[in-house]
Design a protein around this ligand. Sequence first.
Ligand code: ZN
Ligand code: ZN
Length: 142
Amino acid sequence: MIKRNTVQKMKIMEYLMSTKSHPTAEAVYAVVSKDIPTISLSTVYRNLNAMAEDGEILKFEVGNEAHFDADISFHHHVYCKLCKNVFDLHDREIASYITEKANIPNFKVESTNLIFVGKCCDCAPEEEMTQNAQASPEFMMN
Ligand SMILES: [Zn+2]
Ligand SMILES: [Zn+2]
């Protein structure tokens, strides 16, 4: 079976691979529609959902919106509730706890959808950041 609209899917993937911003479907549409003016928001939605279902990209929901990520490696996210940015969290201790130590009876964990919600360093007052600077995990800013 020949898949239709492969160019659209390629453009969507190309954009997702180029960004670490974990865009929503609307944000993907805003960029992709510059290259493909005829593409519709619902087409972008359909492609993103199909790609997520096929395991080609990650889809997760936070702040009542679905976000998409071309990085399908085992990692987690931090979400700033003020500027609504999503950042990658590559923390080996959290990852190894989940894959090795977390003991959920009668259940085999394959993936998680772990999102830390709070304020990023651009949004939080400085005293709040220094308060738990010691405990805060490192995460990659864009
Ligand atoms: Zn922020
Ligand atoms: Zn990510």
